[in-house]
Design a binder for this molecule. Structure first.
Ligand SMILES: Cc1ncc(COP(=O)(O)O)c(C=O)c1O
Length: 443
């Protein structure tokens, strides 16, 4: 709150396409999709129409003992997108709740099948899964977690497969137990992203060998750990973790809240590894960034473990606005746009245009680890004192606003995660102004 004495809040009155308009008539290009939710622009006519039409039918009805057409259709269409592997969908309203649901369901599943000792979770270093108490327990971003340490259950934190850890070190820091002998051969050279991924997966295997009897699930953000600083990894990590989960009877929870809905190139990020998780969490972009909606998809074998006459075996978890009909109508309109406009294909063209426009920044000597995955770009500003990341981020944000850009770095990591509807003019304006802001902040 105190920072707002020097950077006042921006009052927003309306939005159109990728632009937000402020109370003084000023405008901002929303290069981060309003916290990664908005896929097809603000006030999108097709989503507006769907929500307005739904409003005249039913705005909300509880999803316990009742159901509605929108939620049924949405479940079926999402299930189809996984070739019906994840054929069951459990609804809530925000991302953190979806994570809570996946954790609870995993734990409860093992109890129902006679393995009540499986109570522990594994998360990745730098992983972010939301800020309710359960979700925080599998989040590893100290700024959000440290203050609540006493409230939070311990979790196994394994190394991130972040490929920057190879680029930075010519020898490898081993954070797992007794991996030295296996890793000796890697120590003379800088690893490839695939090798970083394999090393990180090997650490998970060591842990599973020792404790799988007590471990319920591993949770991860496939391909890009977003809030932890847009840390990207090779898809072989996901495939390897899937294999390990099968070998050691541990669930894989894919948190696709930020990376799902086409953000990384495929509709679900897990498709890059050609395998499916046991639980997949979606939120943010699924409603096109319109209304709070989240969901957890899972397999039939897991659903069946809860299908019982005894109420204690059932999965009892509810939120008042679970599966809200207006949110579902926005989600269905969002899926229509994906299908009708062949968005995954057109994003390939848009993504290469953006990469081209950003190429001067990529070559800039003050930039390191320029990286891109689908519709996410990130780079790290080379600043001498890494403890100044917070003030760098604030200065960058303020300077960007002066240049009509909404950009919100994470520490010294500048990233773009724009909506999928940027025009050519938007792309050049975004790249040119980003360079101007960067030059000014780096002085
Ligand atoms: C990967 C991931 N998981 C969970 C969440 C939490 O979602 P929400 O903010 O809707 O609770 C976020 C939010 O940024 C996220 O990026």
């Amino acid at each position: 709150m105190q920072h707002h004495e020097s950077t006042p809040l921006i009052g927003v009155t309306r939005g159109e396409g990728a632009w937000l308009y402020g109370v003084h008539g000023e405008r901002y290009l929303d290069t981060i999709s309003s916290w990664w939710v908005n896929l097809f622009g603000h006030a999108n006519p097709r989503i507006n129409f769907a929500v307005k039409s739904q409003l005249d039918l039913i705005e909300h009805a509880m999803l316990a003992g009742f159901t509605h057409k929108g939620v049924v259709e949405l479940s079926e269409r999402l299930s189809d997108l996984t070739n019906n592997v994840l054929g069951h969908v459990f609804y809530a309203s925000d991302g953190a709740s979806a994570v809570e649901i996946a954790l609870k369901m995993s734990f409860h599943y093992w109890k129902n099948v006679g393995k009540p000792n499986k109570q522990e979770f594994i998360c990745l270093k730098g992983g972010y899964h939301g800020e309710t108490i359960g979700a925080l327990s599998v989040t590893d971003v100290p700024i959000f977690k440290s203050a609540y340490a006493e409230l939070i259950k311990g979790t196994h934190v394994v190394s991130s497969p972040d490929f920057r850890s190879a680029a930075q070190n010519s020898h490898i820091a081993v954070s797992g137990k007794d991996l030295n002998s296996k890793l000796a051969s890697h120590q003379a050279h800088i690893e490839t992203p695939q090798q970083v991924a394999e090393r990180a997966a090997a650490e998970v295997e060591e842990l599973l060998k020792e404790r799988s009897e007590f471990i319920s699930a591993i949770i991860l953000e496939p391909l890009v750990q977003c809030a932890g600083g847009m840390a990207m990894h090779h898809p072989v990590y996901l495939a390897r973790i899937r294999e390990l989960c099968d070998m050691y009877s541990v669930h894989l929870i894919a948190d696709e809240i930020a990376v799902g809905c086409g953000r990384t190139g495929t509709f679900f990020a897990m498709q890059s590894a050609k395998c499916w998780p046991d639980f997949m969490c979606l939120s943010k972009g699924i409603s096109g960034g319109y209304l709070p909606l989240s969901l957890v998809m899972t397999k039939d074998s897991i659903y069946r473990a809860f299908y019982d006459a005894q109420i204690t075996k059932a999965f009892l978890h509810s939120h008042s606005y679970t599966g809200n009909p207006l949110a579902c109508s926005a989600a269905l309109a969002t899926l229509d746009i994906f299908r009708d406009d062949q968005v995954l294909v057109s994003n390939l063209t848009l993504s290469s245009k953006i990469s081209k426009a950003l190429s001067p920044l990529k070559e800039d000597a003050r930039v390191k680890h320029f990286r891109n995955q689908g519709m996410i770009w990130a780079f790290d500003a080379v600043i001498e004192d890494s403890t100044l990341g917070g003030s760098f981020a604030r200065r960058f944000f303020a300077k960007a606003l002066e240049c009509e850009l909404l950009v919100r770095p994470i520490g010294n990591t500048v990233y773009l995660m724009p909506p999928y509807i940027l025009s050519d003019t938007d792309v050049s304006l975004m790249a040119e102004r980003l360079q101007i802001v960067f030059d000014e902040v780096m002085v």
